[in-house]
Design a protein around this ligand. Structure first.
Ligand code: ATP
Ligand code: MG
Length: 554
């Protein structure tokens, strides 16, 4: 039965009201209706979580419907990526449907409207139609074609379908009310002529239904109970209802919520396509993109995205969500699931002068200390020469520097306590080697030395380290709301990608797989890039351990 544990969002309230009243026989059928003209982004994820979430909560179903009524911009590459992304997010649709499968039915609906004298063929140009529509404060005037007879309209519409006219020569319009205060009701376009190849119907059609005519009718054909869309469709709702009413078809209902806007991000497919085409990013799945595929490649987990969508909830007003909230959920999830590994990104050599030459110890480190049992463990080879991070050593260390410097001691993670007694510099004064001694009875887990040190640093054995490339990402835009800029591309962050060509990782990371999260201890969360090859491993930084942006940039 229906849970009453937490407050409902306004769409859940509507659904529960409908269930109480027995509307639609207690059925809940939602749909997710992407246009296959681009890859899905985090805004779509919000819509997916809402539509599929409603169905899950109320024992219903969700259809995946490709809204493929614009032959020019659509492609099967997009269809496939959309399906992959929805499944990756953890949802499964009941039926995979295409608006183009309804083209014949939609055509018959249009004929039905003509027969009721509720639609007419208009020969006016787009400009003439716009001019005759009037303005929100002045009523429109009929074009000379509004009074055509039903017979003539039927014939002309058939001829439009038969390909007798060129693009733009004629359109089919609903005959509603040229004085309506709602401009969408002033005889909106239902069909236009477009001689173009469609990725599914081929050349079968040269007339294509407009969004307003196709969308509600498709909902109705599928008997969708709750058709949820974003706020810009509020003024379209009277037309949605009018068409269903006049055609006397299944009474689907439209409800609107605020689209997701996120700081430092653009969220329209048109803009994202520009970033790809103009090579500001590598591809749709570039890890800096707010696309689902980009976030997957970057290492975001499906559950972190679902938790984010759950947390931001559903609003009736436009708002802007801080991108650090999404990053918070990514960190929270990865902290629980990521396996711990050691990697050194900016290396400097540490030599343990009193450690036996040629000796290798196999230290053992738990994969995941956050869970009981550690999810198993891996072997970490330890030897005389190690890589450590350059900034873990300071020649003139200040008082509270709990890392290495002359005379300072630290613990090497999973290993021994070492004390620095010397270092080497090159001719430019750059430190090249740090020399330490270790305390043999201070090994982690079996330490009998009685020594206490404040700092622990990570390291990788020089002889066993694997060389990899590391890509560190930052926000793609430098301003909070790039879409509000005159040219959103002018605010692209020139430092959104920093490539470290040669970093060292512990050997077990040769077994890494894309999609699996790793915490490189003290550095951040990383994942293997999906385009990485065994000869050239590439790791993407998913997110830092802490939110560094807020401190530096606020
Ligand atoms: P875009 O403007 O990015 O091209 P769209 O709305 O044209 O997006 P569609 O493929 O038509 O993209 O959208 C499929 C579904 O996803 C629609 O129901 C739409 O309302 C929803 N959607 C798209 N963008 C957002 C967003 N930013 N927030 C919430 N829902 C969204
Ligand atoms: Mg759209």
């Amino acid at each position: 039965m229906i849970e009453e544990d937490k407050s409902l969002n306004f769409i859940e309230e509507i659904v529960e009201e409908d269930l109480r009243n027995g509307t639609h026989d207690g059925r809940v059928l939602t749909r997710f209706p992407p246009e296959p003209n681009g890859y899905l982004h985090i805004g779509h994820a919000k819509s997916i979580c809402l539509n599929f979430g409603l169905a899950q909560k109320y024992n219903g179903k969700t259809n995946l419907r490709f809204d493929d009524t614009n032959p020019v911009k659509e492609d099967v590459e997009y269809v496939n990526s959309i399906k992959q992304d929805i499944q990756w997010l953890g949802f499964q649709w009941a039926e995979e449907l295409y608006t183009s499968d309804y083209f014949e039915t939609l055509y018959q609906y249009a004929v039905e409207l003509i027969k009721q004298d509720l639609a007419y063929v208009d020969d006016s140009t787009a400009e003439e139609i716009a001019a005759a529509k009037g303005t929100p404060t002045t009523p429109g005037v009929p074009t000379p074609y509004r009074s055509r007879s039903i017979e003539e309209n039927l014939q002309l519409f058939e001829d439009m379908r038969a390909g007798k006219y060129k693009d733009g020569e004629k359109v089919l319009r609903a005959k509603i009310d040229l004085a309506s205060p709602n401009m969408h009701m002033r005889d909106p376009l239902l069909y236009r002529i477009k001689h173009a190849h469609h990725h599914r119907t081929g050349d079968a059609w040269c007339i294509y239904p407009m969004y307003d005519f196709a969308h509600g009718q498709s909902d109705s054909i599928e008997k969708i109970t709750h058709s949820v869309c974003t706020l810009e469709f509020v003024p379209h709702r009277p037309l949605y209802d009018w068409l269903i009413d006049k055609l006397e078809i299944f009474p689907s209902k439209q409800y609107e919520f605020a689209r997701l806007n996120m700081t430092y991000t653009v969220m329209s497919k048109r803009k994202l396509l520009q970033l790809v085409n103009e090579k500001h990013v590598e591809s749709w799945d570039d890890p800096r993109m707010p696309t689902i595929s980009g976030m997957r490649r970057r290492g975001y987990t499906p559950s972190s995205i679902r938790n984010f969508c759950e947390r931001i909830g559903i609003q009736k007003r436009e708002n802007m969500i801080d991108i650090s909230l999404l990053e918070f959920f990514v960190r929270e999830d990865l902290n629980k699931s990521a396996w711990r590994r050691m990697a050194v990104i900016d290396p400097i050599k540490l030599v343990i002068t009193n450690y036996p030459e040629g000796q290798v110890e196999e230290l053992v480190g738990e994969n995941n200390p956050e869970v009981e049992g550690g999810e198993g463990s891996r072997i970490i080879p330890f030897a005389k020469e190690l890589w450590i991070e350059r900034d873990d050593f300071m020649e003139d260390a200040p008082k509270k520097f709990f890392r290495l410097g002359p005379g300072l001691s630290v613990r090497l993670k999973h290993g021994y306590i070492v004390t620095c007694h010397d270092f080497k510099k090159d001719e430019n004064g750059k430190v090249t080697e740090v020399h330490c001694t270790y305390v043999p009875n201070s090994k982690s887990g079996e330490d009998t030395s009685g020594l206490k040190v404040k700092g622990t640093i990570h390291w990788v054995s020089v002889a066993h380290a694997k060389e990899v490339e590391v890509r560190q990402y930052d926000r793609l835009f430098q301003v909070e709301n790039p879409a509000a800029e005159e040219d959103f591309k002018a605010s692209i962050n020139p430092n959104s990608l920093q490539i470290v060509e040669k970093a060292f990782v512990e050997p077990d990371l040769l077994n890494a797989e894309p999609g699996k999260g790793y915490q490189f201890i003290r550095l951040g969360y990383f994942t293997l890039d999906s385009k990485s090859t065994p000869d050239h491993l590439v790791f993407n930084r998913t997110v830092t351990l802490k939110d560094s942006w807020a401190k530096v940039n606020k």
